[in-house]
Design a protein around this ligand. Structure first.
Ligand code: AR6
Length: 210
């Protein structure tokens, strides 16, 4: 199969509404208690397990590092799929502090743009600081997406690989931050997609569903 044939369009990515429907689950009261269930939000949020580099969305969020010089994990996958133009543009940006976000074009990726955010290396001594920085990664990426007219945005699971952030805790931060952002009502984002890759990520997100 060619890589073009393996791409996944937005229409192929299930929203939470469709996830609930296919699982035969009615939307129940939220088990986390913090947020009331929202049909409008469920229709705007997608969930997919797979390779983020295959998604045809306006922008992908890359779990980068502060030098923006590429690396392993999802960052490496994005640079391989995008080709050398991505690294060349990243070099012009002169890095990205932890908790912030920068945008580039997507080059050979099916996505038009890449938003690069540098997540925190998980600090077991000061987990609150890690949480603050991870929350900032999601917020800054969402704000940058809106500022650039992005309508569909797919997040990789920032910091949960080599940076060691516990998946379940990271999933909670991701879900809460996106929910709060969309609840503000000022965002033009039509779809925010969470992308899981390894099984641990899927389990974490599945448990977050009310
Ligand atoms: N598609 C979607 N998710 C993926 C993919 C993929 N192709 N590949 C990995 N993941 P990591 P971090 C998931 O380590 O922890 C890099 O070297 C993976 O399962 O990529 O933020 C950077 O340059 C995990 O859940 O990022 C930095 O130096 C998630 O992506 C450093 O790693 C994040 O894992 C950043 O570490």
């Amino acid at each position: 199969m060619s890589s073009a044939a393996a791409t996944q369009s937005l229409a192929d990515i299930p929203t939470l509404t469709q996830v609930y429907r296919s699982a035969g689950r009615r939307q129940a009261a939220s088990s986390t208690g913090d947020f009331p269930p929202s049909a409008a939000i469920n229709a705007r949020v997608g969930l997919v397990n797979g390779d983020i580099t295959k998604l045809c969305v306006d922008a992908l969020v890359n779990a980068a590092n502060t030098s923006l010089s590429g690396g392993g994990g999802v960052d490496g996958a994005m640079h391989r799929a995008a080709g050398p133009g991505l690294l060349a543009e990243c070099r012009l940006l002169r890095g990205c502090p932890t908790g912030e976000a920068r945008i580039t074009r997507g080059y050979r990726l099916p996505a038009k743009h890449v938003i690069h955010t540098a997540g925190p290396i998980y600090d077991h001594i000061d987990p609150q600081r890690s949480e603050r920085l991870l929350r900032s990664c999601y917020e800054k990426s969402l704000e940058l997406a809106d500022a650039c007219g992005v309508k569909s945005l797919a997040f990789s699971s920032i910091s949960t690989g080599v940076y060691g952030y516990p998946s379940m805790d990271a999933a909670k931060v991701a879900c809460e931050t996106v929910r709060k952002y969309l609840d503000r009502g000022s965002s033009a984002l039509e779809r925010v997609v969470f992308v899981t890759f390894e099984q641990k990520g899927v389990a974490a997100y599945a448990e977050m569903l009310p």
